[in-house]
Write a protein that binds this ligand. Sequence first.
Ligand SMILES: NC(=O)c1ccc[n+]([C@@H]2O[C@H](COP(=O)([O-])OP(=O)(O)OC[C@H]3O[C@@H](n4cnc5c(N)ncnc54)[C@H](OP(=O)(O)O)[C@@H]3O)[C@@H](O)[C@H]2O)c1
Length: 239
Amino acid sequence: MDLAGQRIVVVGGSSGIGRAAATLFVEQGADVVVAARSAEKLADLAAAVPGLATEQVDATDRRSLDAMFARLGPFDHLVVCFSSGGGSGPFASLDLDALHRAFTGKTLSHLATVQASLPTLRRGGSVTLVTAASAQSALPGTVGLASVNGALEAAVRPLATELAPTRVNAVSPGLVETPLWDGMPPSARAGFFTDVAGRTPAGRVARPDEIAVTLAMLVMSTFVTGHVVVADGGLHLAR
Ligand SMILES: NC(=O)c1ccc[n+]([C@@H]2O[C@H](COP(=O)([O-])OP(=O)(O)OC[C@H]3O[C@@H](n4cnc5c(N)ncnc54)[C@H](OP(=O)(O)O)[C@@H]3O)[C@@H](O)[C@H]2O)c1
């Protein structure tokens, strides 16, 4: 199987998991458009991966999404890979305003991205969301993340029936070493990674390309729909 002749739009694809997926899609012969906010990061990616096209979009802004999909015209597969961050921490002191922003920045904006894509996404193509393993694990301090990502995972099945024959799936990653964690001081980040990884069967955090493989599998699997595939190194088993 390859992706030759398939046009794929990766929203949130200029860094981390999305960037790895976009790179893999290009290697598999797809015609790839990566959309994100920072022109600098998009230019860096375009220079690194010849043949890949970029679009500047803010997926929290519906007008920005509508304008982008209108510019792009028809395509076959949508991959949605961004988040606003926020929403983590012990429940008793969880900042509910931050959690509200996390719902807006991820749950609602993923749904808005899918909705905005519908006029130009090929019927019978696919949608693949990136959620998070917090939705299916029980680590203390993840009530907010579990809520944001669990709501999105709950939407996958009814989306798959409503949008059929277009397939709808999600990949639910565990801890992945990406720029998402750049805001954390390096020593705290290293300690956090070691602690969480040590509780999982895999015993380590993932590289973005390991999650990209699962995304590509779902894009290519023409008989799979309504599924959330957990790629978490066994984080859902951790306590
Ligand atoms: N890394 C992990 O450990 C981990 C674990 C579980 C789940 N996830 C999920 O995996 C997804 C990807 O995360 P990542 O680790 O790859 O993050 P990342 O490296 O920070 O990449 C996020 C990408 O999304 C883009 N983006 C952010 N906000 C956007 C917006 N409003 N509109 C358009 N693009 C936007 C970013 O570019 P701009 O900032 O330039 O827009 C960037 O290209 C997220 O949904 C995250 O919740 C990550």
